[in-house]
Design a protein around this ligand. Structure first.
Ligand code: NAD
Ligand code: UD1
Length: 338
């Protein structure tokens, strides 16, 4: 099979490209490198001995997509390309809707034109808004997103649902990721955030390595066991294998599916700090501050649909996630710029 991976140089994309190459698929990547470096793919080649074909281009450029579909016999598309910072989406809503929504529309047009009818889309647990209950199953209400990033994911899911009704031969899977963390166990590829990280795990890593002084814990008065926010962290390699499972099971069931990819287990901010202290053998400096606007108390998945439909479940523990994050961070203190 030849898989087109949009955003394949990014964090989740590079780990998925590696998993695809390892199992013998051919991979074509389109990435404009707006939030990544092609060093990630060079390292994927170093690890697998195989090279994906890289187009450094924007998915908004329909001519490049047309060339890709005519130059390669693409069987499936995995669509990671998009912008992902919640805070930035509030100040740059047009960029977010253009990249995430219009970008997907351009891609769909070109897939239709080329007769490529299998798509896996990177969605997010953010589509559930403020969870009505946990664990979150796919039956739970979606909506109530509070920022353009979350709304763009919700809009794309709706577009894909409508599109699948008009084009029933299309196989579309929206994978709703919970909180992706971790890195390849080699320590050669991992998450390389631009500037000061917004998310918990990259922030703690930079405190552990001494690049940042102190973690701000956003609130310890939530109705959770230790008062700090609880999330469903999932190892990026488990996520990557979830995409392979979705490719393998694409023909089963209805033409549109939305499936959670999580572990089904929640950990608090304090749990993560402790796991990091154990892995890095260092004290993590932290202080409790006000809650962050828009945060929810707890969010974790019911992951039974993924087990039933994809025969997939996460296998890596929180200690694996933090060990691999730390291994990546200490070997690459400046990410791909190291
Ligand atoms: P990332 O930023 O590391 O990867 C996205 C890649 O897409 C980058 O390499 C970037 O350069 C590229 N890109 C962005 N806009 C593009 C465009 N218009 N044309 C071509 N390339 C473009 O992010 P990631 O963490 O790997 O996330 C991948 C996908 O998963 C995103 O759609 C994101 O919204 C979604 N997601 C991520 C998380 C998370 O926490 N990481 C959680 C849920 C969903
Ligand atoms: C964030 C995004 C969400 C996105 C998800 C992907 C926000 C508001 N939400 O979710 O849309 O889908 O990333 O992974 O950005 N925390 C701290 N200190 C920090 C950073 C985080 O205490 O410096 C806490 C948060 O309050 C939360 C937990 O750590 O309880 C996890 O936060 P984060 O990693 O940012 O992920 P989410 O908020 O779940």
């Amino acid at each position: 099979m030849t898989i087109l991976v949009t955003g394949g140089a990014g964090y989740i994309g590079s780990h998925t490209v590696l998993a695809l190459l390892e199992r013998g698929d051919d991979v074509v990547v389109i990435d404009n490198l707006s939030n990544s470096s092609k060093v990630s793919l060079e390292r994927v080649t170093e690890l697998t001995g195989k090279e994906p074909t890289l187009y450094v281009a924007d998915i908004l450029d329909r001519h490049v997509l047309r060339d890709i579909f005519s130059n390669h016999t693409i069987t499936d598309v995995i669509h990671f390309a998009g912008l992902k910072s919640v805070g930035e989406s509030i100040t740059k809503p047009l960029e977010y809707y253009e990249n995430n929504v219009v970008g997907t529309l351009v891609l769909l047009h070109e897939m239709l034109q080329a007769g490529v009818d299998s798509l896996i889309f990177s969605s997010s647990a953010t589509v559930y808004g403020n969870p009505e209950k946990v664990p979150l199953s796919e039956e739970c209400q979606t909506g109530g997103t509070t920022n353009p990033y979350g709304t763009s994911k919700l809009m794309v899911e709706q577009i894909l649902r409508d599109f699948s009704l008009a084009q029933p031969e299309f196989r579309i899977t929206c994978l709703r990721y919970f909180n992706p963390v971790g890195a390849h166990e080699s320590g050669r590829i991992g998450e390389d955030p631009n500037g000061i990280p917004n998310n918990l795990v990259p922030y703690i890593s930079q405190v552990a390595i001494g690049k940042l002084e102190c973690l701000s814990v956003y609130g310890n008065d939530y109705p959770t066991p230790d008062g700090t926010g609880v999330r469903d962290y999932i190892h990026v390699l488990d996520l990557a294998s979830g995409h392979l499972a979705a490719l393998d099971h694409k023909a089963e069931g209805s033409s549109f599916k939305a499936i959670n990819l999580g572990t089904g287990v929640g950990y608090s901010v304090i749990d993560l700090i402790q796991a990091f202290e154990k892995a890095a053998q260092t004290k993590i400096n932290y202080r409790i501050v006000e809650r962050r606007a828009g945060d929810v108390a707890e969010c974790w998945s019911d992951s039974s649909l993924a087990r039933q439909h994809l025969g997939w479940q996460a296998t890596r523990t929180i200690d694996d996630m933090i060990r691999d994050t730390w291994n990546w961070q200490k070997n690459n203190p400046d990410g791909y710029g190291s």
